[in-house]
Design a protein around this ligand. Structure first.
Ligand code: NAP
Length: 410
């Protein structure tokens, strides 16, 4: 009798996936697809290249189950899942398989194809070690709303909120750059519980209020879809409408890559749009709290921040009050009446000399916000480097490999 051929089937955890579509966009062989609820991988197409693994913001993509090739989970079966099936151990007599559509049959997932990823698959060397996945959808931690206020000006189009959640005496440690998951209460149109929505923490590790076990989030109320059609964002409206004292079910922490370096002399180059400012605020505030007698103890912080108008810019007031000796901030506004549209990539070009100087040094780069900014920003970095005789593809590769180039765009 022929031995049973096993594969390492690539699966996505529906409990943790935030349905951001990054994996489907990244997959070079179109093995990933979705219905109105789940993102799934077609075992007959997936070649285990792992190009999708590093861009995934939650790690929900990185699951590999040994299964008999003939009994691989179909995409229809995966569409019906609310959680991953239990992982079965690899039987001793499995026959290795090397053909397309399957990963090698040892217990480890196949090798990552790092050449395809623009973002680091590891944190900077001096990052603190993060806690991960302490609480799942089945066992969330209950947080209490300690504050909820609007960040954008009263006449601003966007309704962006600063939400503070308190964990009391419960163990839920967070680092800057990590995210937490929130499942809105109630059921979706299909009668199932809402899936998890992910929010980057906007506060430093020592808490939104220093010394308190709390965290802040930057939440924009979603009122229209990508085509401008009116739609009521389930999680964002739930969060923006919370009142002090309300309770929220929280999962996580998530994220073990987009973390900040902790060694003296490490510069931060931060580029963000809109609510993508959340992790930059957390990192900036962490370093601000470490200042000694009003003087930075670390190296340089450079921030490029884009918004439609000053009124739409979260944290605009406090940001403009930070001294230039602590952070070098450049703001790009795209919709100020009577002024030309400016994007963060335009500012990177204007500040080319300083950007290149930073890139030549011990610098970690963080990019967060709209998906659309990614191409323009990467091109601007390539252009400013080229003009200074610095070979961007090599530098980019090195930054990525060393855990110093992090992208989180949706
Ligand atoms: P937004 O207000 O729509 O846009 C912010 C600025 O980016 C605007 O000036 C906009 O200009 C500009 N922009 C648009 N396309 C651009 C491009 N191709 N290159 C450079 N700039 C561009 O932003 P938002 O609604 O706050 O969205 C923020 C994004 O961050 C969301 O996708 C969110 O998912 C993501 N994010 C949020 C968090 C969080 O925790 N809240 C964390 C990580 C990421 P225009 O005038 O052209 O629109």
């Amino acid at each position: 009798m022929d031995p049973v051929v096993f594969i390492q089937q690539h699966l996505i955890d529906p409990e943790v996936c935030i349905r951001c579509n990054t994996c489907e966009e990244t997959c070079p062989v179109d093995a990933i697809t979705h219905d109105d609820r789940n993102y799934v991988v077609d075992a007959s197409i997936c070649n285990g290249c792992q190009a999708c693994v590093s861009p995934c913001p939650t790690g929900s993509i990185d699951h590999w189950h040994p299964v008999p090739k003939a009994a691989a989970y179909s995409i229809e079966a995966q569409f019906g899942w609310d959680e991953l099936p239990p992982k079965q151990p690899m039987p001793a007599l499995a026959q290795p398989l090397a053909d397309a559509g399957a990963a090698p049959v040892d217990d480890a997932p196949p090798q990552a194809n790092a050449a395809l990823s623009p973002s680091s698959a590891r944190p900077p060397w001096s990052a603190a070690h993060p806690y991960l996945n302490l609480h799942t959808l089945k066992k969330p931690v209950q947080a209490t709303v300690a504050g909820n206020f609007r960040l954008t000006a009263p006449d601003a189009e966007g309704d962006i909120h600063h939400l503070v959640l308190d964990f009391g005496t419960q163990f839920f440690p967070l680092l800057e750059g990590q995210a937490i998951g929130i499942a809105p209460p109630g059921l979706d149109a299909g009668g199932k519980p809402h899936y998890l929505r992910m929010y980057s923490v906007a506060s430093p590790r020592s808490g939104e209020r220093e010394g308190y076990n709390n965290v802040s989030l930057t939440v924009k109320r979603v009122t229209s879809d990508h085509d401008g059609q009116p739609v009521r964002g389930v999680a964002s409206n739930y969060l923006c409408d919370l009142r002090k004292g309300d309770t929220v079910q929280v999962c996580g922490p998530f994220g073990d890559r987009f973390l900040m370096p902790n060694h003296d002399g490490s510069n931060l180059l931060m580029i963000c749009t809109g609510t993508g400012a959340a992790p930059m605020r957390a990192m900036t505030e962490h370093r601000r709290r470490l200042m000694v007698a009003g003087k930075p103890v670390y190296a340089r912080l450079m921030l490029f921040f884009g918004a439609r108008r000053p009124e739409e810019l979260p944290y605009f007031g406090p940001l403009t009050k930070l001294p230039a000796s602590f952070i070098d901030t450049s703001l790009a506004f795209s919709r100020v009446p009577g002024q030309p549209r400016r994007y963060v990539q335009d500012l990177l070009r204007e500040r080319a000399a300083d950007v290149v100087e930073l890139l030549r040094g011990d610098t970690c780069v963080y990019l967060c916000g709209l998906k659309g900014m990614e191409t323009g920003v990467l091109q601007a970095l390539a252009d400013v480097c080229a003009a200074a005789g610095l070979e961007w593809p090599l530098l980019h590769r090195r930054l990525v490999d060393e855990g110093r180039f992090h992208v989180e765009t949706y």
